[in-house]
Design a protein around this ligand. Structure first.
Ligand code: NAD
Ligand code: MG
Length: 397
């Protein structure tokens, strides 16, 4: 019986995770759930899964959750405050932590899980990307395992030789030549630049294949998501960025591929449904039911591929440049992107300004040594956020 904490239980990944857990009640027990908003949803999850703890941001949310639970006679301990997430992530009774908070907000709890040597099912790519070597080092020191649930990285993990992954070192000697990271191309894959300049948040969030939270939906539309995933792949598998190629595959059926020296290319296929990678990681090394329907290749009929367009999707270049410049630049890119996406979703900047803003912030940022600990990471993150916010103020004014 695995005891599981789900950080970000009220989001899209949280939903899919709890669906897989509910299908396998003999294997998993929910130890703790967290949510920032949608407290009524968190209350109904508590009633259904009966965790020991529920973690919320502050006293107001805690009081409201307690009131909802009291009516139903549900005895879940509600905790709040800045330490609550790390507490349920690092608790000695927990085996597995599903990191499904969006953005840098998930950093400290995910690092706490890494330091405590947990098995981490990582959806929150921003936490790994922003902390880079600090995250990897925390896993190495404690022996924490990271199983990717980002669909592409889960696919790569499934196609690599056994034992690959964070802390396991580079893939030298394994016969791997390249990683092919697939991208759907997002909702604007075939839009002109002019159309993209006028894109609204609703259009950017209408992903053709996946239903996801708003931040990652916008990242998919700018393809910054693929940029972050390139960095994620480099950190998870120890592969040089030159050995990772991005290929657009609009159907999202092939989730990524690994090419070997002998010319063999292994791919993982499946419906674009996050329950498959989540079930793979939850059950690993066993295979468990996910509720995903069978893949009917005859009805899919064709699989298409194309190279990404660097002109309409400059975020791919930004990610490669930041990787080349080192972990501090990567941290700054992630932070400025979060500020830019938020500003776009609030209607303060246009869609194409998301990439322009991050480009400008990276130029203003200057060079910094790689972060050595979480405080360094937070300082770099804060500096880039300030630069981005100042630029937005100047453009909007
Ligand atoms: P979402 O917006 O649907 O859910 C986010 C969750 O994080 C919610 O539970 C929310 O309450 C919580 N949260 C947000 N801000 C918080 C804060 N400041 N403090 C504490 N909790 C906070 O997002 P999602 O689509 O589920 O994505 C979650 C993560 O998984 C992201 O990093 C995303 O990139 C990654 N991911 C998502 C998908 C997908 O299909 N949705 C696929 C691959 C990777
Ligand atoms: Mg992905």
């Amino acid at each position: 019986m695995q005891s599981i904490t789900v950080l970000g239980a009220t989001g899209s990944i949280g939903d899919s995770t709890l669906d897989v857990i509910a299908r396998n009640p003999d294997r998993f027990r929910v130890f703790a759930l967290s949510g920032r908003e949608r407290i009524d949803r968190l209350a109904s999850l508590c009633l259904r899964f009966r965790p020991k703890y529920a973690a919320v941001p502050g006293a107001v949310e805690a009081a409201s959750l307690q009131a909802m639970l009291r009516v139903s006679g549900c005895r879940v301990e509600v905790i709040d405050g800045p330490e609550a997430l790390a507490q349920v992530a690092a608790h000695p009774e927990v085996d597995t932590v599903v990191a499904a908070i969006v953005g840098a907000a998930g950093l400290e709890a995910t690092i706490a899980a890494a330091r405590a040597g947990k098995r981490i099912l990582l959806a929150n790519k921003e936490a790994l990307v922003m902390a880079g070597p600090v995250f990897v080092q925390a896993c190495r020191e404690s022996g924490a395992t990271v199983l990717p649930i980002d669909s592409e990285h889960n696919a790569i993990f499934q196609c690599l030789p056994p034992g690959a992954g964070i802390g396991a070192g580079a893939l030298d000697g394994s016969g791997v030549r390249r990683i092919l990271l697939t991208a759907s191309g997002g909702p604007f894959r075939s839009w002109t630049l002019e159309q993209m300049r006028a894109a609204t948040p609703e259009q950017a969030c209408a992903h053709p294949n996946w239903s996801m939270g708003r931040k990652i939906s916008v990242d998919s539309a700018t393809m910054m998501n693929k940029g972050l995933e390139l960095i994620e792949a480099q950190l998870l598998f120890g592969v040089a960025q030159a050995d990772i190629e991005i290929v657009v595959h609009p159907q999202s059926v092939i989730h990524s591929l690994v090419e070997y020296l002998d010319g063999s290319v292994l791919a993982q296929l499946g419906h674009p449904d996050m329950r498959t990678p989540i079930a793979h990681a939850l059950g690993h090394p066993a295979r468990i039911a996910s509720g995903v329907s069978v893949l009917d290749l005859a009805s899919i009929a064709r699989l298409d591929f194309e190279a990404p367009d660097p002109l309409r999707f400059p975020c791919l270049r930004l990610a490669r440049e930041a990787l080349r410049d080192g972990p501090a630049a990567v941290c700054a890119l992630n932070a400025s992107n979060e500020i830019a996406v938020d500003a776009f979703l609030r209607g303060r900047i246009g869609f194409c300004e998301i990439a322009q803003l991050s480009d400008a912030v990276l130029q203003d940022f200057g060079s910094h040594p790689a972060p050595r600990d979480v405080n360094d990471v937070l300082a770099l993150d804060a500096k880039a956020r300030t630069l981005a916010a100042d630029r937005i103020l100047r453009t909007v004014a």
